[in-house]
Design a protein around this ligand. Structure first.
Ligand code: NAD
Ligand code: UDX
Length: 466
């Protein structure tokens, strides 16, 4: 297997950007070009100010700073980058379909198909095509069919235009907020394929910094399905602990104590047992719904229903929190100022896709609350887009504030929706002094110092605390 000298990655998003930055950083001999149709996004990746990259990830600025301009490039010239590449990663978005067959469940594969067609048209010589996006099992069949048509289309005997392809599946397991650490020291790298030389070419790249025993090789379909399964298992753990949190609240148990007790069982393990406002992020819901759709497609109704329940419980958890805020505030929040701390779907990211804060804020806005939202990394423009309405101080409106203290001024309640570390160290004496009494803290992440908040005179609700 000839060594890879040039890589093109189609899609400069949360996966393509950080993943290629780490490959370029670790493999200075490989030229890596990340391309995207979105010119604004590419310009942001090229911004001389590393504080303005389009993706916020701890450590990403340093990695990009070392490699950019040396062997890491960001460009909108998709065709030229494909033509020059020995290996092309498809790292485009695969959101849930909103219309047509499978709407609301199946993955929308239009961007994968478009990028595969672009590779078919622009590739030169032998090209290894790597599925990096999360895809329904058997998508590689579609990719191969599109690339195969390009192989057949070339004029008879024209050897200069000879194109050959190998297709691999290499799903990404990074979590946002820890992307760089996850990429630099992954639990495993998974490579699915049929062509041993192509598999070893890709394994050789990862092998530069990942120990060989962590590079798993398998067939295409197992690789594609493993990604959906991993996310389904992880999301299932969150719905499981959130369901127990509700039972704890009803019975006087504490979900953190229950989590500690079950987490010490090595078969269960202690990670991913944090009750919260429900999972968010661009992956879990989309990937489970995709799994549900696939199960139904193959006639496995009971299996589909089993996984569907994970999403049902998650939506219920988000609604439940908005409802209980209204109930505790004497049944009405109309005209009340509520400080919302955290809008991102988890800490250490600027990503708000499927953030539980969106549904919870929308429900409270619907009830007539005046929300004051604070998040260290999410812009007001992003919040406006997610909530579907511009900022306004009116009842049933929202605005932003620069700090938790400012947001709390005159507020009846504080809601913590993202576990930003700073929210564990808030000065409850100073905050409580600014609020209207009786005042509440609703801590959906159980991160705040509840004893200090109670000592400052607040009524405190914490997720999972009976
Ligand atoms: P994203 O939306 O942040 O980025 C995708 C990018 O692809 C966009 O910038 C879009 O403009 C670009 N694009 C789409 N079609 C294109 C085309 N034909 N040519 C050039 N550019 C094109 O998405 P993401 O979060 O990076 O996710 C990408 C894939 O990785 C998805 O399948 C997702 O499920 C999977 N994934 C995501 C995560 C995560 O944490 N976000 C983790 C693992 C896997
Ligand atoms: C997830 C998978 O972890 C990752 O492997 C995959 O590649 C992409 O999807 P991500 O969505 O970025 O990563 O973050 P993750 O840490 O999994 O958190 C997802 C959601 O679950 C967040 O809203 C988070 O707050 C929530 N969560 C996580 C909990 O509520 N409790 C937990 O114990 C863990």
């Amino acid at each position: 297997h000839p060594p890879i000298r040039t890589i093109c990655c189609i899609g400069a998003g949360y996966v393509g950007g950080p993943t290629m930055a780490v490959i370029a950083d670790r493999c200075p001999g490989i030229q890596v070009t990340v391309v995207d149709l979105n010119a604004e996004r590419i310009a942001a990746w090229n911004d001389p100010d590393l504080g303005r990259l389009p993706v916020y990830e701890p450590g990403l600025d340093a990695v990009v700073g070392r490699a950019r301009g040396r062997n890491l490039h960001f460009s909108t010239e998709v065709d030229a980058a494909i033509a020059a590449a020995d290996m092309v990663f498809l790292s485009v978005n695969t959101p849930t379909k909103t219309k047509g067959v499978g709407a609301g469940q199946a993955s929308d594969l239009r961007w994968i198909e478009a990028s595969a067609r672009q590779v078919a048209a622009s590739a030169r010589g032998h090209t290894i095509v790597v599925e990096k996006s999360t895809l329904p099992v058997r998508t590689a069949e579609t990719v191969k069919a599109i690339l195969g048509a390009a192989q057949q289309n070339r004029p008879e005997g024209d050897r200069r235009q000879a194109k050959t392809f190998a297709v691999l599946s290499n799903p990404e397991f990074l979590a946002e907020g820890t992307a760089i650490a996850d990429l630099e020291a992954p639990d495993r790298v998974l490579i699915g394929g049929e062509d041993p030389a192509a598999i070893e070419s890709l394994a050789g790249i990862y092998g530069t910094w990942v120990p060989q025993d962590r590079i798993l090789r398998t067939n295409l379909w197992s690789s594609e399905l493993s990604k959906l399964t991993a996310n389904a298992y992880l999301a299932q753990r969150i719905s499981s602990i959130n369901s127990i949190a509700a039972l704890c609240e009803a019975t006087g148990a504490d979900v953190r104590e229950v989590g500690r007790a079950i987490g010490t069982d090595s078969r269960i393990g202690s990670k991913f047992l944090q009750a919260g406002p429900g999972f968010g992020g661009s992956c879990f819901q989309k990937d489970i719904l995709n799994l549900v759709y696939l199960c139904r497609h193959y006639g496995l109704e009971e299996v589909a229903g089993y996984w569907e329940q994970v999403v049902t419980l998650n939506t219920w958890q988000q609604d439940r929190i908005a409802r209980l805020v209204v109930q505790r505030l004497f049944g009405t929040v109309t005209g009340k100022r509520l400080a919302v701390l955290g809008f991102a779907f988890k800490a250490d990211t600027n990503d708000t896709r499927e953030a539980p804060a969106i549904r919870i804020c929308q429900d409270l806005i619907e009830e007539g609350a005046r929300l004051v939202i604070v998040d260290p990394k999410v812009s007001a423009a992003q919040i406006a887009e997610d909530l579907g309405q511009p900022s306004s101080p009116a009842d049933g409106g929202w605005q932003t504030a620069g700090s938790p203290l400012e947001a709390a001024s005159g507020a009846d309640a504080i809601l913590i929706l993202t576990e930003w570390r700073d929210y564990a160290r808030l000065d409850w004496g100073a905050i409580a002094a600014q609020m209207r009494r009786p005042a509440w803290l609703f801590d959906a992440r159980a991160i705040a110092d509840a004893a200090a908040a109670r000592a400052a005179g607040l009524n405190v609700w914490r997720v999972g605390e009976g």
